[in-house]
Write a protein that binds this ligand. Structure first.
Ligand code: LLP
Length: 445
């Protein structure tokens, strides 16, 4: 269920009317109060539970690794931690933050196709797991392990050559992508690992893409990886006991477009309401593939843990009529929600409150950034908003705040966490000093 619902025409996050948040922030002394990211704690907890409950029912060791690139807000990550998650990360600073937040280092996994030596060193020193993505990455890791005289626990990232049927920018599982070990290097990598006592091959990893809606691609990749796993087991890799099938499960970005969400005055867009398999369904399909084998399973979802838990509440600056298009200009932009511009992604958009105007029209919803690509939604049939009206972009919990930028010297907005009636500021908006501090001159010799 969703924790963003209309009550008497006003959108609520849990028990809080989202139209109250701006003045509440202002009372707290936060004057840059719009746009604002609003997250529902209960939604996050429920999303994590859906995975944890299904994983705990399996008779095998499992681990739920939150892919923190989706949203690295420390408060939100701590909720994941309290729910028993570990983390998959892709950079040294992500690793440092996860350790700072108290995640167990030995359960962290450093993934990535381009790791710097200091990042590998940090992971090895903390006994984290590392993905090997290429021959050169194995060489780097061997060098680090030898220098530190410390073992490195590694997984091999392989491409099962499966088409996840998603936007090409977020497709990673086909043969030709920059991720994963290519077939030609595989034998050499396996041979080198066999000869190096400091490299412990503990597992295999794949991640075939993101926003997946077809459950069969999870089954197919589980089959490919499991067959490879059995082959390596037979070849005597004695530390091997983990299969990590990555993340990638999509969410229903059209959930709020469905009829039931707002019967009173919203446009009904039921055209493309997609059907997404549940975490329990995906987990059961994978578990079937492994059968009685007691192999450990790691999953590392990002979007499906956090995507539907956040909205961006914007303020309407004005309405504008072009030659053949109408525009609603809001104070949120591609700097907060880049997915429409980058992947042509759909995020549902609606007014958060009744409009003073009676009429409706088809609008492009655009921000103030100096790019024609700066749009949040196109061709949306909406009530004509009045100036100052709140407008909401839905399902921005994943890959929005974390992909945000200060382009045009825009302020990264405040973020608030709602829990029942409770509101907490979990990120204050940027100030000019925040943005300028790194430019302070460094004394050079
Ligand atoms: N594991 C690995 C190795 C990954 O590369 C990713 C995401 C995940 C797990 C988590 O995938 P998820 O469950 O969130 O789909 N910026 C894009 C998504 C990029 C995903 C990158 N890798 C977007 O906004 O759609």
């Amino acid at each position: 269920s969703s924790y963003f619902k209309y009550k008497e025409g006003i959108l609520h996050c849990e028990s809080v009317p989202v139209t109250n948040i701006k003045s509440w922030l202002e009372k707290c002394g936060i004057t840059t109060s719009s746009p604002v990211f609003v997250y529902s704690k209960t939604q996050i907890v429920e999303n994590v539970e859906a995975y944890q409950n299904a994983l705990q029912k399996l008779g095998r060791p499992t681990m739920l690794n939150y892919a923190m690139k989706a949203n690295m807000n420390p408060t939100l990550m701590s909720i994941m931690k309290d729910q028993g998650c570990s983390v998959t990360l892709v950079s040294g600073l992500e690793l440092k933050l996860a350790i700072q937040l108290g995640f167990k280092p030995e359960n962290l996994l450093l993934n990535g196709n381009g790791k710097q030596n200091w990042e590998i060193e940090l992971a090895v020193r903390n006994d984290c797991m590392l993905n090997i993505d290429s021959l050169f990455n194995l060489k780097q890791t061997i060098n680090v392990a030898r220098n530190l005289k410390t073992r490195a626990r590694v997984l091999l990232r392989v491409n099962p050559d499966i088409d996840p049927k998603v936007h090409e920018y977020i497709c990673t599982g086909s043969k030709e992508t920059k991720f994963g070990i290519n077939e030609e290097d595989l034998d050499k990598i396996l041979a080198d690992i066999k000869e190096e006592p400091l490299i412990h091959l503990i597992g295999l990893h794949c991640h075939i893409g993101s926003t997946i809606t077809d459950i069969n691609v999870f089954r197919e990749s589980a089959i490919v990886i499991y067959n490879f796993y059995k082959r390596l087991k037979a070849d005597g890799y004695k530390h091997l006991n983990v299969i990590n099938l990555g993340g990638g499960l999509g969410i229903n970005y059209k959930q709020h477009a469905a009829k039931t969400s707002r019967p009173d005055f919203s446009h009904v867009d039921t055209d493309h309401v997609t059907c997404i398999p549940s975490p329990a369904e995906v987990i059961s399909v994978i578990d079937d593939v492994f059968g009685d084998d007691n192999v450990s399973l790691i999953l590392e979802p990002g979007r499906s843990l956090i995507g539907n838990s956040g909205i961006l509440v914007c303020t309407v600056l004005g309405v504008k009529h072009g030659h053949s298009q109408n525009y609603i200009v809001v104070d949120g932009a591609m700097t907060e929600v880049i997915r429409p511009a980058l992947y042509d992604a759909y995020h549902h958009i609606d007014l958060a409150e009744p409009s003073n105007h009676r009429n409706k029209d088809v609008y492009n919803i655009v921000g103030p950034v100096c790019e024609s690509g700066d749009f949040l939604g196109k061709d949306r049939y909406l009530s004509t908003p009045h100036e100052g009206c709140s407008l909401v972009v839905f399902d921005v919990g994943a890959y929005c705040s974390s992909m945000g930028s200060n382009y045009n010297m825009r302020v990264h907005p405040a973020e608030v966490l709602i829990n029942g009636r409770n509101i907490d500021v979990i990120r204050r908006p940027d100030t000019l000093d925040d943005i300028l501090t790194p430019y302070t001159p460094v004394n050079t010799l």
